[in-house]
Design a protein around this ligand. Structure first.
Ligand SMILES: Cc1cc2nc3c(=O)[nH]c(=O)nc-3n(C[C@H](O)[C@H](O)[C@H](O)COP(=O)(O)OP(=O)(O)OC[C@H]3O[C@@H](n4cnc5c(N)ncnc54)[C@H](O)[C@@H]3O)c2cc1C
Ligand SMILES: NC(=O)c1ccc[n+]([C@@H]2O[C@H](COP(=O)([O-])OP(=O)(O)OC[C@H]3O[C@@H](n4cnc5c(N)ncnc54)[C@H](O)[C@@H]3O)[C@@H](O)[C@H]2O)c1
Length: 479
């Protein structure tokens, strides 16, 4: 069996693993290796963020253009040019060729070993690949960055029906006419948005609870639901999917319709669809990673402290696998902190100080959901802030300023700030409306920097931009 020693061994070459490796060796002569059993670049690059946002952006651009007199009437009545949109999507995913990311790793001084990585004890990782088995030993650190996989519930007949997961939905090559989406979270809402825009005849969302995007502010959930329903979109709340029957299920490959129609039994109703998309959350990719060999539980999220340390001073977990904040930007943030911690420990430096702790994971997380309308949020919702015991005050306005009416003739949006009354600082913000994703970083800075609202009064938004709604919020709070 071949063996090799590196300073840092990273299992999983997604955005978190790549950044942890790069930061851990930056500016030093330390060595690092990434073990990857699929594609370097991970879920985000080929199956998740990149293809989904490449599908959604043309929809936002088209609806924005249609909403401006003098431009809208020049556009054809149909939707997007689907073939061109899918080709552009494929250009972002490089048709699942990871050679440019491998090249990046090599240029950064990181080796890539292909195969499935598994811990076999302290600082040792066994890699099983097509070329056989290799043992990698780490001098300083092993980083787990294996992410998650789609959760497919064990509803009778569902797995046998070979439903699409998010991987098929983002990489689809044909649009199913009748679709059922199981779930009401971010993946479900974004996928419903592009399916409806790309000409699906019926999109039915099957949601267990009473709201889409259930952890968001209620007005955001409602506006997204309003955007998806009417016409060809339908949401069944409080749904209880009892069974699925698809006699002619076929594994036709990623993104193509997997056989004949499927019947979904919801108890009081049966629906027949051409494809099912399961968007029911994620499962940590830790079942076959040898966690028990170092005293941790297999198949669970790998808990860490704020230094991203899972156990001892050598095992770390970054990105989705630690369950802290399952978003690419947060995984990369954790990876930067983790890399800095590994470097400091390797050089015998202290790891005190803000640089070495992923504090933003706690109540400071930003997210943009690219639906129509978009939802952008940071920090705590009102519900979370109250649960955490803050003295909560809120202020809300519709986004209706000169900048928004110039942005598009039909601009409709809403903004809410969650305020810590006693400290006079922001705990969170949620904005809904076209392109509000570009507005959220201002709120992130205010929340993370604990900028007093009194000070924000002097952060003057430029006229006439959409950001003037900040002034309306502050004016409303003044009374
Ligand atoms: C449809 C969809 C859309 C999304 N859109 C966004 C978005 O717009 N913005 C956003 O911030 N987040 C988005 N996310 C979430 C985002 O994809 C994840 O947060 C991100 O990919 C996590 O990065 P990661 O590096 O932790 O894990 P991953 O990207 O999952 O990478 C893990 C890597 O580890 C490899 N691996 C796993 N186990 C092993 C093993 N034992 N040995 C070797 N290799 C292994 C995998 O093959 C994979 O390459 C989306 C998710 C989905 C499903
Ligand atoms: N724009 C973005 O930032 C973006 C886009 C897509 C995904 N993501 C991230 O990817 C992750 C996964 O997204 P997701 O939408 O799959 O998860 P989610 O947790 O957001 O939503 C899961 C949904 O599935 C439902 N569900 C769970 N188990 C079920 C079951 N057994 N039967 C029926 N319904 C069930 C839940 O009630 C919920 O509605 C999230 O962390 C999300 O933040 C982010």
């Amino acid at each position: 069996m071949a063996s090799d020693t590196y300073d840092v061994v990273v299992i999983g070459g997604g955005p978190a693993g790549e950044n942890a490796a790069a930061y851990a060796i930056a500016g030093s002569n330390r060595t690092a290796v990434i073990v990857e059993h699929e594609l370097v670049g991970g879920e985000c690059s080929y199956w998740a963020c990149m293809p989904s946002k490449a599908l959604l952006r043309p929809i936002h651009v088209l609806s924005g253009a249609r909403a401006i007199a003098g431009v809208g009437e020049l556009l054809a009545a149909g939707g997007v040019n689907l073939e061109a949109v899918l080709a552009r999507r494929d250009s972002f995913t490089h048709k699942r060729d990871d050679s440019s990311q491998v090249q990046w790793a090599e240029n950064t001084g990181i080796d890539v070993v292909r195969g499935h990585g598994r811990l076999t004890g302290e600082k040792t990782v066994e890699v099983s690949g097509v070329a056989g088995t290799t043992t990698l030993t780490a001098r300083h650190a092993v980083v787990l960055a294996t992410g998650t996989t789609a959760n497919v519930p064990n509803t009778p007949g569902l797995r046998e029906a070979l439903p699409w997961t998010s991987r098929d939905a983002t990489n689809m090559t044909e649009v199913p006419k009748r679709v059922a989406i199981i779930g009401g979270g971010v993946v479900a809402c974004e996928a419903a948005t592009w399916l409806l825009a790309f000409g699906a005849d019926e999109v039915t969302m099957i949601v267990r609870g009473s709201a889409l995007l259930a952890t968001s502010e209620a007005f955001a959930s409602e506006r997204v639901a309003d955007g998806l329903t009417g016409g060809r979109g339908r949401i069944i709340f409080h749904a209880d999917l009892k069974s699925v029957d698809r006699p002619d299920a076929q594994d036709t490959g990623i993104g193509t319709i997997h056989g004949g129609p499927a019947t979904l039994d919801l108890g009081d109703e049966q629906i027949v669809v051409d494809e099912i998309i399961v968007a029911a959350g994620r499962t940590p990719a830790s079942a076959d990673m040898g966690l028990a060999s170092v005293g941790l539980d297999d198949g669970r999220y790998v808990e860490t402290d704020d230094h991203l340390t899972a156990t001892g001073d050598w095992l770390y977990a970054v990105g989705d696998i630690n369950g802290r904040a399952p978003l690419t930007h947060m995984g990369k943030y954790q990876a930067r902190v983790c890399g800095d911690v590994i470097a400091a420990r390797a050089e015998g430096r202290a790891i005190d100080g803000p640089r070495y702790a992923a504090t933003a994971d706690h109540g400071l997380v930003p997210q943009v959901v690219f639906t129509e309308p978009e939802v952008a949020s940071v920090g705590r919702t009102e519900r979370e802030a109250k649960k955490d015991g803050f003295d909560v005050e809120t202020v809300e306005v519709d986004i209706a300023v000169a900048g928004s009416s110039l942005a598009r003739d039909d601009f409709a949006g809403h903004a809410k700030l969650v305020i810590d009354r006693s400290a006079d600082t922001l705990l969170g913000a949620t904005f809904v409306g076209p392109d509000v994703g570009e507005q959220i970083h201002a709120a992130t800075i205010a929340v993370v920097g604990k900028v007093p609202l009194e000070t924000l009064w002097h952060a003057v938004p430029s006229y006439p931009t959409v950001s003037e709604f900040w002034l309306r919020l502050l004016e409303k709070r003044r009374g």
